[in-house]
Design a protein around this ligand. Structure first.
Ligand code: FE
Length: 280
């Protein structure tokens, strides 16, 4: 069976979003604009509160799903469908914005370390104007596989006897958070046709069978389509492995709105301006 090999190594770009929150963006950059169905991947956070304290004040979204995964620190979330909650380390917020949501994400801490990820998954045209849905998944509701070599948190998809909470999803997402001890191996069998990538947070990895350059921290590794993924650690490593079935539609981006055409972006901006946005 075909092995999964590296397509491209992309160093995350330091940028800011919201009211000036410092983050490292890897997908959604000129180097990796759209890895169908994934539109954006941000690693946010810092040990310096000035880098995150202003948070993400109220802003709209349309046409996408945002998956926020907190690793350290706390965030308070509030949105236009009346959801409100505090995200603690290990928690997930899976939001299907559909036709429109207005939300804010503000740090609920006065100092200390903040670390988390936000992934944007595209929605197919037939779902883009659905009513928004919001899933809040607590750390202790997520399956964790452990053996002597590794710990794998199953945020989406299946691994061993565990399955993530997002079932029957149109892109069949796989989202694993893997901690691999030194000189150990992680293997995964992928559904054929899925696009996939690894985001290395810490450590050093050897991916696939081919020789490749050294991969540093905060690096995105885009993978070629294949079935058998082999990841070896030359030191203790921590990474995300994410995959999904491509949607295959044209996209038009307009900041927090992602639709299929420019006209639909203009419509989204108009709906937002006219207060017709977050009505269901
Ligand atoms: Fe947002």
């Amino acid at each position: 069976m075909s092995s999964v090999e590296i397509k491209k190594i992309v160093k995350a770009i330091v940028t800011s979003d919201g009211a000036g929150v410092k983050l490292k963006r890897s997908i959604g950059t000129p180097e990796a604009d759209y890895i169908d169905p994934f539109l954006m991947l941000d690693e946010f956070g810092s040990e310096n509160k000035d880098d995150y304290i202003a948070g993400f004040p109220p802003h709209p979204h349309r046409g996408i799903e945002t998956v926020t995964y907190m690793l350290e620190g706390e965030f308070e979330h509030e949105d236009s469908i009346g959801s409100k909650g505090k995200m603690r380390p290990g928690d997930i917020q899976w939001m299907k914005t559909g036709r429109g949501i207005i939300h804010s994400e503000m740090p609920a801490m006065s100092g200390g370390k903040l670390l988390g990820f936000q992934l944007w998954i595209n929605m197919p045209a037939k779902f883009k104007m659905n009513k928004p849905e919001y899933h809040y998944i607590k750390n202790n509701e997520i399956g964790v596989y452990k053996d002597n070599d590794k710990t794998v948190k199953i945020i989406a998809g299946k691994f061993k006897n565990f399955e993530g909470p997002e079932k029957n999803h149109n892109v069949e997402p796989i989202y694993l958070h893997v901690l691999l001890n030194k000189n150990k191996e992680f293997n995964f069998e992928l559904p054929s046709g899925h696009n996939s990538f690894i985001y290395l947070l810490k450590g050093e990895l050897k991916i696939g069978n081919n020789k490749h350059q050294k991969i540093n921290n905060s690096t995105l590794v885009l993978l070629k389509n294949g079935i058998n993924l082999t990841v070896k650690s030359s030191e203790k490593s921590e990474f995300l492995f994410i995959a999904g079935k491509p949607i295959g539609e044209t996209i038009a981006r307009g900041g927090p709105f992602v639709m299929n055409t420019k006209e639909e972006i203009i419509q989204a901006i108009e709906d937002y301006k006219n207060g017709k946005f977050a009505r269901y």
